[in-house]
Design a protein around this ligand. Structure first.
Ligand code: SAM
Length: 277
């Protein structure tokens, strides 16, 4: 009988966050595939777990996936871990999980620590629709392009960020997405954990190129401006009428009124339409 592939989250800062089930699985499997064997060995030592470790990282995951699948097919169960958090979430793992599905191997995902879920929950921003963008590109041009692609997504936007890029990324977020409500979670589950909230223009003042820690950016969705403005739809209608009376074409009036309200033209059009016009 084939083995099982377990995806096992590990703590993102606080050892107490590993679940008893995760420990039990790490104890029971034949092989633990991990990013950095020395790092994972320290975790295993803490829980007195003895297991064979095989390195599985971004530079060898294709080749190692094939090897691990043969082990699984031969009946050995494998636990996949990363250095911290949930494997395959901005971490190695996707090729192995995909190969396991293709080979008919049972894949069991153990719920547990992830900076993504922890930061979203702490943000106070809408959670009905979330877009996770992983890491933004490091090159400014590509980063702004990616942000432009994300700008109209009607969901709370989430990005992982490293300390040396947080200031530059926030500046690009402000330039491309506008001054949205944002939460920045830093050092989740660690001693200096904090979640700062505010407009990007306020938060940007708190981080410079020497910022320290690990960060998650959680940024409000584009439509919130329109949602906030919804109560102001009659005002918007009045303003469009007034601008038309001043001689602007309906199209120009809508564009100008939208700009004044801090929303784009299609949102303004939608608001006026919802309002029965
Ligand atoms: N797979 C991991 C997970 O589930 O959270 C994420 C791995 S990714 C390589 C590492 C990034 O996750 C960091 O650069 C940071 O953006 C975020 N991160 C990880 N631990 C964090 C923490 N304790 N506090 C805030 N962000 C964290």
């Amino acid at each position: 009988m084939a083995g099982t592939l377990y995806i096992v989250p590990t703590p993102i800062g606080n050892l107490g966050d590993i679940s008893p089930r995760a420990v039990e699985i790490l104890r029971s499997v034949g092989i633990i595939a991990c990013e950095d064997t020395r790092h994972t060995q320290r975790l295993l030592n803490h829980f007195a777990i003895k297991a064979e470790l095989i390195s599985y990282h971004e530079h060898n995951e294709q080749q190692r996936s094939a090897e691990l699948i043969s082990k699984l097919v031969s009946g050995i169960s494998v636990a996949l871990v990363s250095d911290a958090g949930t494997p395959a979430i901005s971490d190695p793992g996707v090729p192995l999980v995909r190969a396991a599905h293709e080979a008919g191997i049972q894949v069991i995902s153990v719920p547990g620590p992830s900076a993504l879920a922890a930061a979203v929950a702490a943000s106070g921003l809408g959670t009905d629709a979330i877009f996770f963008g992983g890491f933004l590109p490091s090159r400014p041009g590509q980063r702004r392009k990616r942000l432009r692609e994300c700008a109209e997504i009607p969901a709370t936007l989430v990005f992982y960020e490293s300390p040396h890029r947080i200031a530059a990324s926030l500046a690009d977020c402000l330039a491309v997405l506008g001054d949205r409500q944002t939460a920045i979670s830093r050092e989740l589950s660690k001693l200096h954990e904090e979640t700062l909230t505010g407009k990007i223009s306020e938060l940007i003042k708190k981080f410079d190129a020497k910022a320290k820690g690990e960060f998650v950016l959680v940024i409000d969705r584009v439509s919130s401006a329109a949602e906030n403005a919804e109560t102001d739809a009659p005002d918007l209608k009045e303003r469009v009428k007034a601008l038309e009376a001043e001689g602007l074409s309906p199209r120009e009036a809508l564009k100008k009124a939208a700009k004044e309200a801090g929303i784009n033209r299609s949102e303004a059009y939608r608001l006026l339409h919802i309002d029965g016009d």
